[in-house]
Design a protein around this ligand. Structure first.
Ligand SMILES: NC(=O)c1ccc[n+]([C@@H]2O[C@H](COP(=O)([O-])OP(=O)(O)OC[C@H]3O[C@@H](n4cnc5c(N)ncnc54)[C@H](O)[C@@H]3O)[C@@H](O)[C@H]2O)c1
Length: 253
């Protein structure tokens, strides 16, 4: 798919993987709308790279609709990238044998699964009404899972459940949207150098980097953005999950 002149909505675009995606797509001539609940961060990056932004919450369908409308305003909404999300640490039972906090479990599913669902469905609805390209393609949706969908570690019950759901939505969504020429892909990142991991002390980040097969370092958000751009450009990628992880396989702990 030709990217120049198309529009994209990027959730979580103010930081980390979403920001890497916004930078990469903008540099390729895509009109990007950063959709993030961090208004200051979204505005700052949008001003820097020449993008638009919408402040809002991906768990609120009205905010998602606003963001998609804004992205579609300039015409040619072809790309929706879901990067808003977060992690949680909690075991099935706590140290005192009390059960996992159900509110925390629900919060993570709402943010990582329902947020992805809202933006995917609302963006697909808008894309379906656009004029198709010469080969019948109308657009692409890229969702963000995690290697935790496959290699969930101790304490990742809620997070792995949410990312497993994102993986599980990939093929049925691609099948549902094939008749209108919209592809659906998921990226499962390994360990990336974003504020999410920036909270860890340096020694722990170095130890994590050493656990990557090759190269022994954390992934860069621009490498994530580069894969999103490739997925958007390569119309033969559909209904698949790509691990972007330097070959890492997470151990139990
Ligand atoms: N960083 C990693 O190593 C890594 C690895 C695997 C998967 N992931 C996944 O990638 C995604 C992005 O992670 P990141 O590392 O870039 O994190 P990040 O914290 O740097 O960025 C996340 C962005 O999402 C926004 N956001 C959070 N909740 C929101 C909401 N309800 N509505 C709108 N915006 C919201 C935040 O404001 C932030 O700008 C997440 O889904 C995360 O689980 C990250």
């Amino acid at each position: 798919m030709e990217l120049t002149g198309s529009s994209a909505v990027i959730t979580g675009g103010a930081s980390g993987l979403g920001a890497g995606t916004a930078r990469t797509l903008t540099s390729l001539g895509v009109r990007c709308t950063i959709f993030d609940r961090n208004e200051d961060g979204a505005k700052q990056l949008a001003d820097e790279i020449g993008a638009n932004y919408v402040a809002g919450d991906v768990t609120d369908p009205e905010d998602c609709q606003r963001a998609v409308n804004q992205a579609a305003e300039g015409g040619n909404l072809r790309i929706a990238v879901n990067c808003a999300g977060t992690g949680w640490v909690g075991r099935v039972i706590n140290r005192d044998n009390s059960p996992h906090d159900p509110k925390a479990f629900k919060f993570i599913q709402e943010l990582n699964v329902l947020g992805t669902f809202y933006v995917m469905t609302i963006a697909a609805s808008a894309m379906a009404g656009t004029e198709p390209l010469a080969d019948g393609e109308r657009g692409v949706i890229v969702n963000t899972a995690s290697v935790a969908a496959f290699d969930g570690q101790v304490g990742q019950l809620a997070y792995s459940a949410s990312k497993g759901a994102v993986v599980g939505m990939t093929l049925p969504a691609a099948r549902d949207l094939a008749p209108v020429g919209i592809r659906v892909m998921t990226i499962a990142p390994g360990l990336f150098d974003t504020p999410l991991l920036g909270m860890l002390p340096d020694e722990q980040r170095d130890a994590l980097a050493q656990s990557v097969l090759f190269p022994k370092r954390l992934g860069q958000p621009l490498q994530y953005g580069a894969l999103v751009a490739h997925i958007a450009q390569n119309s033969y990628l559909n209904g698949e999950v790509i691990r972007l992880d330097g070959g890492i396989r997470m151990p139990p702990k």
